[in-house]
Design a protein around this ligand. Structure first.
Ligand code: PAF
Length: 287
C-alpha cells in the first residue's frame, strides 16, 4: 500500500490504474479505524480493482465546541489495518493541502433539505463540511464506487443527494453498521466512553429495537418515541433527537411503509448516533 499526502502523486497513481482499466473504489475516513471501516474496504474490494482510502480529520465539519483537537489520531495502526484489508493507496492530506486558503475562504457544497434537522439541526454547518470535503475527495480520486457506513445515515443520504444533484458518475454504496455483540454500533467516538458508559451505550440500539418492534406490531409512533425518550433518559442519556422518517429522511405519512428510526443522544460528554429500519403495518402509519 502506498501512502501519500500529495495531490499530484495521488492523481498520477490513480490515472495509471484507470488507464490499465481498473475500477477505482474510494473509502473516505477520518482514521482511528475499526471493523466498521474495514467492512467499507471489503465492500469496495468486492466491486473494484483498485482501492483508495483517505484519512483526514476534516476541520470543516467540526463545530467550535466539538472534539476536533481530541479526535483520536492513530495513523500507524490505521495503515497496518488498511494494508491487511487489501487497500492499495492511502491519501492522508493535511488541512493545508485541502484548504490552502483557510476554512473561511473555502468554496462550500451545501445540500439543502436532507442536511437539515436531525444531526444537521444540532450540528449547524456539519453537513456543509461533510459534503464539501467528500466532493473534494471525489474530484481528487474520481472513483467508480464510494463506500460509506449506514450508521451515519443522514451523512449517507446527504452524499447520495449530492451525487444525484451534481450528476456525479459515482455508485454510492451504503454498508451495514458493524456492531458489538451488545448491539452497540462501532464508532471511533466509543473510545471516549468510560467503562460504565460503554456498558450503558448499547441501550441506544436496544431502545431503537424496542421502538421498531412496537411500531411493527401496530404501535403509535408518537407514543413509542415518548417511551423511547424515557428509556434513554432513565439509562443516563441526554437524548438529542429520536425520530421516525422515511428512508430518504422525509416525513412519515399515512402511506409510508418502509421507515427508519434515528437517534442521537449524549452519554456523559460523548454524542452517540444510531438508526434502525422498520416496516410499518398499514394501520399504524398515521403519524
Ligand atoms: O464519516 C466520516 O468519517 C466522515 O464524515 C467523512 C465521510 C470521511 C468525511 O470527512
Amino acid at each position: 500500500m502506498h501512502t501519500t499526502s500529495d495531490v499530484c502523486d495521488l492523481r498520477t497513481r490513480l490515472d495509471a490504474q484507470r488507464r490499465a482499466g481498473h475500477r477505482i473504489g474510494l473509502v473516505p475516513t477520518m482514521g482511528n479505524l475499526h471493523r466498521g471501516h474495514l467492512a467499507l474496504v471489503e465492500a469496495a474490494r468486492a466491486r473494484c480493482d483498485t482501492i483508495v482510502a483517505t484519512i483526514f480529520v476534516n476541520p470543516l465539519q467540526f463545530g467550535p465546541n466539538e472534539d476536533l483537537d481530541n479526535y483520536p489520531r492513530t495513523l500507524d495502526a490505521d495503515k497496518a489495518k488498511l494494508e491487511a484489508a487489501g487497500c492499495d493507496l492511502l491519501f492522508t492530506p493535511t488541512p493545508q493541502v485541502m484548504y490552502p486558503r483557510g476554512l473561511e475562504c473555502q468554496t462550500l457544497v451545501r445540500v439543502p433539505e436532507v442536511s437539515e434537522g436531525l444531526c444537521g439541526g444540532s450540528r449547524p454547518g456539519h453537513f456543509d463540511g461533510v459534503s464539501t470535503v467528500v466532493n473534494m475527495l471525489f474530484q481528487l480520486t474520481q472513483p467508480d464506487v464510494a463506500c460509506f457506513g449506514e450508521k451515519d445515515y443522514q451523512q449517507l443520504a446527504v452524499i447520495r443527494r449530492m451525487v444525484t444533484d451534481l450528476h456525479m458518475p459515482i455508485d454510492v454504496i451504503g454498508v451495514p453498521t458493524v456492531r458489538e455483540d451488545s448491539g452497540l454500533a462501532l464508532s471511533s467516538r466509543n473510545g471516549y466512553l468510560s467503562d460504565a458508559e460503554h456498558a450503558t451505550a448499547a441501550e441506544l440500539q436496544q431502545t431503537l429495537r424496542q421502538i421498531r418492534d412496537a411500531l411493527q406490531a401496530g404501535g403509535d409512533i408518537q407514543s413509542q418515541l415518548h417511551l423511547g425518550h424515557e428509556r434513554l433518559s432513565r439509562a443516563g442519556f441526554v437524548p438529542d433527537y429520536l425520530e421516525v422518517r422515511t428512508p430518504d429522511l422525509g416525513a412519515v405519512t399515512a402511506t409510508t411503509r418502509e421507515a427508519i428510526v434515528l437517534a442521537a443522544a449524549r452519554l456523559g460528554t460523548t454524542r452517540l448516533i444510531d438508526n434502525l429500519s422498520l416496516t410499518l403495518p398499514r394501520e399504524a402509519a398515521d403519524a
